[in-house]
Design a protein around this ligand. Structure first.
Ligand code: G4P
Length: 525
């Protein structure tokens, strides 16, 4: 086994989109190409069905089922590809943010008729913050779509990233003919007959070949004009700019019809980065260091109410992970071995003997792990770049059964470690405040506390607009701020200071009055 080689052939990425743009469909087609599944419809992804949005138990059940598809690994042309699935439902956006901390690149799916939508915009902000390389797949070209130049302008403006098309559509909707693959410089024809075929119809026909007419008439002139404009407007594709997260290559196609997907995948394995350097508070970690390092980016509760077992997802950052070898769980200082670490291959989980940087390993957890926990071969490291994001909704949480105080405390503690929501403790009165991204989480917490921990909670309203982590070099001003805003100060779970602003007006006023204080909307800055 050559560690360098194993690293070089790995591509770990996530597909993100606004719900319904086609993420699930694209994921499935990629798996078909990899031979990981054989028929469409085999993947029940993290997608939460529309009708189920008000029924959180159904959502949890679906999430339970989707453990196996949270990570989908497969081999394609000598590459080991790991797709990290993300829940489309916006109430679980925090899950998605965290998943993005474990990927080396991202594919964004945009609906060609709808263009850039809200959820995509938010997720792109996280990518931008982390400088994650992104590719864009404009989907549903078999339907009437916006003009491709307009779509590209929209992506540049809305997602705040430069674009460079690497494929170009030939008409859209009923007259959609195919795409011209600018990366491989050839024509790909749209083929509607066999939707399950994992092959496109690629022709070695170049743009200036008169024979092109027989395939794409009456759009030949249009295509030539478009491409002339493309070459004039967009600078040539630059690999380094893409890898630095400055330019997004753009592809067009129809995931449902399996069209344009191979072009995307083939280009992806060539240009997308393999696992790179990771950062810790102590030092930078190169993936080819011989000793294992990794961190937990996600914890998934088992949906069996009789067991509180969970699966922790470990991202390998360096070295080789081996089954039954003892590793240091840095936060507890304990050595731990895993007899049955799992890898995720499309539909199934299987026990593995080893894993390499870029891979995700599922570890059985009985409630000891937290998001962000580091594993090493002895070195005390703490990975950075796994921030919490300021929640959107807040409520006081109270114990509703005085006999079950301990159970409640334990349950809340573990659910927060799992990343279901964030907990803040008011400095003024010590009351506990839960912050979430979506309303659904409050129900999930209440339900799980009762069914998994035998505890009962009650919520009380609190008026909070945003939670901001604060810092300042100006000690005097910070002290003054703390005093004046005493009623609004709280501590997060790690004991960091947080300002809970009542309203957006109060927040902007505070920013104005205390210019030396920095207000952060993520816990890492
Ligand atoms: P998501 O994971 O991003 O939420 O989207 P998903 O793949 O589930 O796709 C959303 C809907 O869009 C699905 O239809 C899917 O079949 C359709 N779709 C995906 N790609 C294309 C495409 O290239 N062209 C067209 N015309 N449609 C596409 P649905 O009716 O909502 O769901 P289903 O019952 O077909 O699963």
């Amino acid at each position: 086994m050559d560690l360098q080689q194993e690293i070089a052939r790995r591509r770990t990425f996530a597909i993100i989109s606004h719900p319904d743009a086609g993420k699930t469909t694209l994921t499935e087609k990629l798996l078909l190409f990899g031979g990981a599944i054989h028929v469409a419809g085999a993947v029940k992804s993290n997608k939460i069905k529309k009708g189920a949005t008000s029924d959180f138990m159904e959502i949890e059940r679906q999430r339970g089922i989707s453990v196996a598809t949270s990570v989908m690994g497969f081999e394609y042309k000598d590459c080991k590809i790991n797709i990290l699935d993300t829940p489309g439902h916006e109430d679980f956006a925090e899950d998605t943010y965290r998943t993005l901390t474990a990927v080396d690149s991202v594919i964004i799916v945009v609906d060609g008729a709808k263009g850039v939508e809200t959820q995509t915009r938010k997720l792109m902000e996280v990518c931008r913050m982390r400088k994650t390389p992104v590719m864009v797949f404009i989907n549903k070209l078999d339907r009437p779509c916006k003009d491709p130049f307009d779509l590209l302008d929209e992506i540049e403006a809305e997602l705040k990233i430069k674009v460079r098309p690497l494929a170009w559509p030939i008409s859209t909707g009923p007259t959609f003919k195919g795409v011209y693959d600018l990366y491989a410089d050839r024509l790909s024809l749209f083929f509607t007959e066999d939707k399950q075929r994992a092959e496109g119809v690629e022709l070695d026909v170049k743009l200036d070949d008169p024979a092109i007419d027989q395939y794409i008439a009456p759009f030949t002139k249009h295509l030539r004009d478009d491409l002339e404009l493309v070459e004039g407007v967009y600078p040539e594709f630059d690999l380094d700019s893409y890898r630095r997260g400055e330019v997004a290559p753009v592809f067009f196609g129809s995931a449902l019809n399996n069209f344009g997907v191979r072009e995307l995948l083939d280009c992806f394995i060539r240009i997308a980065p393999s696992p790179g350097v990771s950062h810790t508070e102590q030092r930078d970690i190169r993936p080819d260091e011989p000793k294992l390092t990794g961190f937990i980016f996600k914890i998934h509760a088992n949906m069996d109410p009789n067991h509180r077992d969970r699966i922790a997802f470990l991202k390998i950052c360096s070295g080789v992970f081996e089954r039954n070898k003892s590793y240091l769980h840095v936060p507890s200082g304990k050595g731990m071995k895993f007899a049955a670490p799992t890898a995720f291959m499309a539909e199934k989980k299987s026990v593995i003997d080893e894993a390499f940087p870029g891979d995700i390993v599922g570890l059985h957890d009985t409630g000891n792990f937290k998001i962000g926990d580091t594993f090493t071969e002895g070195e005390k490291l703490r990975f950075t770049g796994i921030p919490s994001f300021s929640p959107e909704l807040f409520r006081y949480i109270e114990n509703a059964d005085p006999m079950k105080f301990k159970q409640l405390a334990k349950g809340v503690d573990q659910l927060m470690d799992e990343g279901v929501a964030q907990l803040f403790t008011s400095k003024m009165n010590g009351r506990k405040i839960i912050g979430t991204v979506g309303a659904l989480q409050f129900e999930v917490i209440e339900y799980r506390l009762e069914h998994e921990y035998g505890a009962k909670c009650r919520y009380e309203p609190i008026q909070i607009h945003k939670a901001c982590w604060i810092e300042s070099d100006n000690r005097e001003q910070l002290e003054d701020f703390r005093k004046r805003k005493y009623n609004n100060m709280a501590l997060d779970k790690r004991g960091r200071e947080v300002f809970l602003a009542d309203t957006s007006y109060a927040l902007s006023l505070a920013m104005e009055k205390f210019p030396d204080i920095k207000f952060h909307f993520t816990s890492e800055f």
